[in-house]
Structure formats: structure tokens, C-alpha cells
Write a protein that binds this ligand. Structure first.
Ligand code: AMP
Length: 146
């Protein structure tokens, strides 16, 4: 049993580092390719699709910033530009789509192990897990992690 291609999904917060360490360790152990994906949620989606103003210049700035943050993060873990993917859309579905596009056999995401209401509302890790056609590793992060 081996993984040929691992897709690491990062929200580019500080929590991405411990999650990346796990993905890198697996990629080294299995000698797999490591791809990195970050999804930019369009402002119109984030605010319910009903914002009465033109958000395109703000969206462009968000895109430029995300692009440089992703490149910086990817460089720090030696992931080449060809393996960096910046996508617009809903994180859950775009992470799945990117995994299909790269033919990744393992997706690595962070999981906050939430409780109560936020558990009911779900998380990106839950969303990725639903309908997953490949293995998912949810790395515990935040207060509940070791
Ligand atoms: P969340 O459930 O949103 O707190 O995020 C949990 C994990 O989902 C993060 O640690 C990432 O692995 C992944 N994730 C969340 N948002 C994004 C995003 N915009 N792009 C890529 N991965 C994300």
C-alpha cells in the first residue's frame, strides 16, 4: 500500500504548518508527489451572493495576496510552482476537484474537532470527507490537538 500523490489543503493560517509537517512526512515515507491547494472563497459566496456593490477590485487584491502567501508557504516546504494550486470556489468541493485533477490518492486537511453548534454547522474537513472518493487524513489542530 502506497500513496503516489498527496494533496495538502491549506487555509494559510499558522495551523497550516503542523498539518504540512504531517503531509511532508507521509510524502517522504511513500516517496509521493506533494501538491498544495488553497481555495479563495469568492466574496459574493461568503456574503450570501447578494452584495449590492462591485467587489471585483477587492477580489483581485485578495487573489494577489493569496497568491503570494501560497507561494511563500510552498517555498518554505519546497513545493514547486507546478504543484501549487490556487482556486476560486467553495473549499470543500474545490479541494475534491483538485484531488481529481491531480489524481491524488490522499487528501490531507486540518480538523478542529469541534464541539456543539459548530460541529452541527460542519467544517471543511467534514465537507471534504462527505462523498470522498479517496483517502482523507484529518490532522487534529487547535486546542484539542496534542
Ligand atoms: P476549517 O474547517 O475551515 O476550520 O478548516 C479545516 C481545514 O480545511 C484546514 O486546516 C485546511 O486543511 C482546510 N481548508 C479550510 N479552508 C481552506 C481553504 N480556503 N483552502 C484550502 N484548504 C482549506
Amino acid at each position: 500500500m502506497t500513496y503516489k500523490c498527496i494533496l495538502l489543503a491549506v487555509d494559510l493560517t499558522e495551523e497550516s504548518r503542523p498539518i504540512a509537517r504531517r503531509a511532508i512526512a507521509l510524502a517522504q515515507a511513500f516517496e509521493s508527489e506533494l501538491h498544495l491547494v488553497h481555495v479563495i472563497e469568492p466574496l459574493s459566496l461568503a456574503y450570501g451572493g447578494d452584495v449590492p456593490m462591485d467587489l471585483s477590485s477587492v477580489q483581485d487584491q485578495i487573489h494577489e495576496q493569496a497568491k503570494s502567501h501560497l507561494a511563500e508557504f510552498a517555498n518554505s516546504i519546497n513545493v514547486p510552482p507546478t504543484h501549487q494550486h490556487l482556486i476560486f470556489g467553495r473549499p470543500e468541493s474545490e479541494i475534491q476537484r483538485a484531488a481529481e485533477a491531480q489524481d491524488a490518492d490522499l487528501i490531507v486537511v486540518g480538523s478542529h474537532g469541534r464541539h456543539g453548534l459548530s460541529l452541527l454547522l460542519g467544517s471543511t474537513a467534514n465537507g471534504v470527507l462527505h462523498g470522498a472518493k479517496r483517502d482523507i487524513l484529518a490532522v487534529r489542530v487547535g486546542a484539542d490537538s496534542d
